[in-house]
Design a protein around this ligand. Sequence first.
Ligand code: GRF
Length: 194
Amino acid sequence: MKKLFGKTKINTAVFFSGNGSNFKSLLKFSLSKNSPINIKFAVTNNYQAKGIYIAKKYNIKKKIYNFKNKKKAEKEILNDLNLRSINLICLAGFMKILTKDFIKKFHGKILNIHPSLLPKYKGLNTHERVIQNNEKFSGCSVHFVNSRLDSGKIILQKKVKINKKDSPKTLQKKILKAEHILYPKAIKKILISS
Ligand code: GRF
C-alpha cells in the first residue's frame, strides 16, 4: 500500500467477533499522539461479542451485521464504510471470511492479525496444532488480506518462545500480549513514511 498518512489521520474501521482485546489496543493506539489512524467505526457479526462493550466505553459507533446472508451483510457494511469515509480496515479476531468482491473493493487496505508465524499454521486452532507439533517458537503476524485465507503479504511478525509447560491456553495468552504490541507497530510501518 502507498504510504497513506499525510497530515490527516486515516479513518479506520475495526472488525471483530469476540473479546476485542486487539480492538482495545488499537483504540488506545489511535488515541495516542503519533497515531496515523482514527478509529471511527466498529463492525461485528456477533451480537454477544464482548468487543461491543469496548466500543461503547470508547464511544465508537458500532454495528452488528447478520452474516446469514453474507452478500447482503457485506453490501450494508460497504455502504456504512463509505458513509464514514473509511480508508483502512483492521480485522481483529473477525471470524467471517470476506468475499473476493468485498476484498477487491478495499484492495490493499485490509489488514489482519493472525496468531502464528505465517505462512505456518494458517486457519483455526493454531495454538493446539503448534503445541502438538512440539514447536519451539510460535508468534503472531500482521498481514494484508487477499482472497486466500491468511496468505496476504506479511507486514510484521513477532516471535514468542514456547516453554515445555505451555498449554494452548498459556500460549494464547502470551501471543495475545505480543499481538497488542505488533498490530500498532505494523500500522505505523505501512502508514508513516520514513
Ligand atoms: C487473536 O488471537 C487474533 O490473532 C485472532 O483472533 C484473536 C482475537 O482476539 N485473529 P481478541 O478478540 O482481539 O482478543
